[in-house]
Design a protein around this ligand. Structure first.
Ligand code: URA
Length: 243
C-alpha cells in the first residue's frame, strides 16, 4: 500500500482535526463545531466526535472557507526586513514575526510549522516553512543530496579586497570561536560591492560573519534561492504561497 493510500484511509475525530490544524483548542473547536462551524461536502457536522476520513478533508469547510490542508503543508514566503523567523508568543513584547504574515492559525498547527533556514530580522528574501520535518532536513542538512545550497545577494560597505572568492571557496575559513572550517561556498562577483554567495550549510549569522572575517561589513542581505525554490511569482515583500 502506498503512503498516500494509507493517508487516505486515516480517519480523524472532527474536534481533533480542527485543533491540530490550529483552529483553536479542543474545547474551543468543539464548541464551534456544535455551533455549525464545520461542514463536509456542504453538510454541517455538529458532533465533535464524528469521524472524518482523510480524503474527505479536501471537501471540508470552516465557516464557509476551505479547511486548511492536512500535513504535509509547505509554504514559501518573501520575507520583508523587520520580521523575525520565530514563533513569537502573544505574551512577549511584540516583535513582528514571519507568522504575522501568514494565516494566524498556522502558529498553532500540530505538527508545528518549522523554518528551513532562518533569516536575521534585517535580511529579506525567501523563507520556507513546513510541517514536514524530513523535507526540512533534506533541504538544509549539509549531508543531504537534496541540499543544493542557499543563494544570497550581498551588498557590502566596502569594495572587495580581492582574496574573498578564493578564501570562501577553499573550505579552510574558520569563523570566530568555531572548531570546524566552513564548507566551500560559491561566490560570484557582480560588482566590487555586490556579491552572489551560495552556502551549503547554515551557521549563525554566517554571511555577515564571513565578510566580517575579511574586514568588511554586510549592509544588505537578500536570499534569492533555497535548493530548487525561488521567489518566482512572489516579487512583493510579504507575498507567500502554498507549495
Ligand atoms: N547569513 C546571515 O548573516 N544572515 C542571514 O539572515 C542569513 C545568512
Amino acid at each position: 500500500m502506498t503512503t498516500s493510500t494509507k493517508t487516505e484511509k486515516r480517519h480523524f475525530r472532527a474536534d481533533r482535526l480542527a485543533a491540530s490544524l490550529g483552529y483553536g483548542s479542543r474545547q474551543e473547536v468543539s464548541l464551534e463545531i456544535r455551533r455549525g462551524a464545520l461542514s463536509v461536502g456542504g453538510k454541517k457536522i455538529t458532533d465533535p466526535s464524528q469521524k472524518i476520513a482523510a480524503n474527505e478533508c479536501r471537501a471540508c469547510s470552516w465557516y464557509g472557507e476551505a479547511l486548511d490542508p492536512l500535513p504535509p503543508l509547505t509554504a514559501l514566503l518573501h520575507k520583508p526586513s523587520g520580521y523575525v523567523c520565530t514563533h513569537t508568543d502573544e505574551d512577549e513584547p511584540r516583535i513582528p514575526s514571519v507568522f504575522d504574515l501568514l494565516p494566524p492559525r498556522w502558529r498553532f498547527r500540530n505538527p508545528r510549522m518549522a523554518i528551513a533556514g532562518r533569516l536575521d530580522a534585517d535580511t529579506t528574501g525567501l523563507v520556507i516553512l513546513s510541517d514536514d520535518g524530513d523535507f526540512v532536513h533534506r533541504l538544509t542538512s549539509p549531508k543531504s543530496r537534496d541540499n543544493t545550497g542557499k543563494t544570497y545577494l550581498v551588498t557590502l560597505a566596502d569594495p572587495l579586497k580581492g582574496g574573498e572568492k578564493a578564501l570562501f571557496e577553499s573550505g579552510t575559513l574558520f569563523l570566530n570561536g568555531e572548531r570546524t572550517p566552513l564548507l566551500p561556498a560559491e561566490m560570484e562577483v557582480i560588482d566590487e560591492q555586490t556579491i552572489r554567495l551560495t552556502l551549503f550549510e547554515g551557521r549563525y549569522h554566517q554571511v555577515k560573519r564571513m565578510f566580517a572575517a575579511t574586514g568588511n561589513r554586510v549592509t544588505a542581505l537578500h536570499r534569492e534561492k533555497v535548493g530548487p525554490f525561488t521567489l518566482e511569482g512572489m516579487a512583493t515583500e510579504g507575498a507567500w504561497r502554498v507549495f
